[in-house]
Design a protein around this ligand. Sequence first.
Ligand SMILES: NC(=O)c1ccc[n+]([C@@H]2O[C@H](COP(=O)([O-])OP(=O)(O)OC[C@H]3O[C@@H](n4cnc5c(N)ncnc54)[C@H](O)[C@@H]3O)[C@@H](O)[C@H]2O)c1
Length: 380
Amino acid sequence: MKNCNAAIIGLGGFGKIISAAVKESKKVRLIAGCDINPDKLEKFKEETGIEKVYDSIEKLLSDPAIDLVIIATLPSNHYDLGKLALKSGKHAFFEKPGALTPQHMAELIELSESKNLKTSIDFVMRRNPLYFILKEISELNFFGLPERAALENYAHDDSLPPEHWFWDYEKSGGIWIEHGVHFFDIVNWLMGKPKKAWGEKIPRETLGFVDRVLGTAYHENGAVISYYHGFTKPEAFENTRFFLIFEKAYTELEGWIPVKLTIDAMVTPEIEKFLMGDLLLKARSFLPGVDVALETKLLNNWNDEKTFIGRGKEYRATARIKFTYQLTVDRWEVYRACVRQGIEDLAAAIKNEKYLPDVTLYDAKNALEVAFMMEGREIG
Ligand SMILES: NC(=O)c1ccc[n+]([C@@H]2O[C@H](COP(=O)([O-])OP(=O)(O)OC[C@H]3O[C@@H](n4cnc5c(N)ncnc54)[C@H](O)[C@@H]3O)[C@@H](O)[C@H]2O)c1
């Protein structure tokens, strides 16, 4: 297969972002769109210049020119549409959550494997160079054990009127499933699945639907993670922070699609050199089209190595330095680049350039399992 021909099912708000992202790809060719709403089909044609549109998935799936379908409808449809696509022999890229239950996700995995089809899911943060930096420093164990992480997500709801499907559990699965899975996946990636977790749902006083959730997860390595999501702000005033604290470093990411990472750390010359050299170089080439800049600030200098004690453990450091990594393009460009990279990575697996995509439906199932723990539901 020379090129990978893709079609998007679901041409709503996010379908539009996906089409803009894929249109710029040199590895995946967007050739069709599908929506049950005829207005969305007209808009898609106008915006993309692509004439091939379908008003039902059945019609789209009978098109032999399409190799890959991108499922971007509302969450309650992902499983059914995914099953149809896989049964008809198409590879599939799922918008999150991909299914509303881990059991349904397991069925999608089984079906894709039995038909030797490739699948992935749009966990965009996995593509972000700043989360990649956190992954590298976690794996290299430079700063000791992770002690704590905390997500503070003050998200916008000014585009979510009370009748929007987002508030309807039957359609979205609720905040833990619809949105929480992004962050469960990131933490699973950084330190594995939690051994236990539980959460609370806080309904809006006036309307009764849940607009805030708060949860805690305990991990094998001793880390305790808090997750808070509140869909309560206007877009112009939203604010997302993700803190990951190690024995010898405080790290903080800013933004739902983060563009800035600070690492305030106790370092030795070797670690300092790595953070300013090899790690920066790797991060700069992690997401095509998105560069990373670094600034440092010396907070303390102990010239000769000094010994410190924390939690009864001794370690040595020569300096405390604040490293600030910043992406050099705006968050919308980063967002599109992350979506595009996920789809291109799946296309590489479809073209047998690699066996598995970086993000698999097993990751989607693991994230759904943590969401179920937060909901207090049996995983089954
Ligand atoms: N990965 C991310 O960062 C990210 C961000 C936002 C949204 N999303 C996900 O994208 C998906 C879509 O969200 P949205 O905000 O675009 O929703 P939306 O309501 O704006 O769009 C959904 C579209 O799907 C169409 N649709 C519904 N049923 C269909 C069917 N059977 N066949 C074809 N089309 C159908 C609707 O007509 C609508 O146009 C959701 O799963 C959401 O969680 C992902």
